[in-house]
Design a protein around this ligand. Sequence first.
Ligand SMILES: Cc1cc2nc3c(=O)[nH]c(=O)nc-3n(C[C@H](O)[C@H](O)[C@H](O)COP(=O)(O)O)c2cc1C
Length: 352
Amino acid sequence: MHPSFHTPLTQELGCDYPVIQTAMGWVSTSQLVTASVEAGAFGFLAAAVMTPQECEKEIQFIKSQTKRPFGVNIHAFQPGVDKIVDMCIDYGVTALSYGRGPSAKIIEKVKNAGLKCVPTIGSSRHAKKAVKIGADILVCQGHEGGGHTGATPTWLLLGQVIDQNLGVPVVACGGFKDGRGLAAALAFGADGIAMGTRFMMSSESPTPDTTKAEYVKAEVTNIPVSKKLDGLPQRMILNPTLKTLEDSSKAELLFRAVGNSLKYKSQTGMSVSQVIKTAWGMTKNTDMTLGQTLMASNAPMIIQKAMVEGVPNDGVLPSGQVAGVISDLPKCSEIIQNIIETAAFSLKRLES
Ligand SMILES: Cc1cc2nc3c(=O)[nH]c(=O)nc-3n(C[C@H](O)[C@H](O)[C@H](O)COP(=O)(O)O)c2cc1C
């Protein structure tokens, strides 16, 4: 193996290769995580959309299938988050990843238990603060990345964060799919890459075939960022549902959000007070307005139409722009093997 693949990232996480499979709601299930970690990457279970009971079953399944280390992704204001954190500690999960609004209390607790804290940041000004409150690894997701995303392009953000010399491994994220990307990221000074869309477009991802077909068809220029789903910039494939959301007035969006929030309440068994507590927590602790928080209740129901029920035109398809240059659905082991071989070839070519 090329010596450049042993990086501070592989040392911290105990994986074979400097490649992270990121958390994607309803996609990064135990099935995908097992496949990615067995292939030598480090995988995160997307527990931010799970109840503690669901999360425990998923952790147990992964542990029954593999001895390799893996991580869990949480949202600091999801119902039952404390239970999930305790569970991660009890089951000996290796790392916890999170995005917006990390709670210092949670971070302190998991660090004391020896878990690695792996936030995703989308802006260079968040890097220093994230490390100050306990980040062990920084995943820097640039504008071209899938799902919620910032305004700075991947390579610019990566340079901005590496130049701050914060003393933790820095991972490039947003737009990666192959070995050339890994070689370029390592040459740029990163310690590895993180990928979402590429792993979603694998044979082991649980996304229904009808929906995967839409990702295969997508073009780079047809995967815009919109605030119309949940009030925050989110990158999705432009399809009939996203077009309808884009054309809706504020009142129509809020009306739809209230309906979807009631449906989500009955799906998850959350009480009205939990819905309000979650919304209040998000509003109080992040820079979201109450309107945005209410709109956030839209996302779970509309995303599940495509990602779980397999009716892509009735739902939305969170995606990185990289889907526009991916046209196959290989196994995770093939993705990783190909990345490692191509990256080794690229690095050797430079050395010679
Ligand atoms: C379908 C989908 C669902 C996602 N869901 C989540 C999520 O639940 N939590 C999270 O932190 N990030 C989520 N993301 C963002 C990814 O974890 C990752 O940061 C992003 O996809 C990286 O960009 P890439 O797709 O270009 O590799 C999602 C992305 C996609 C494509």
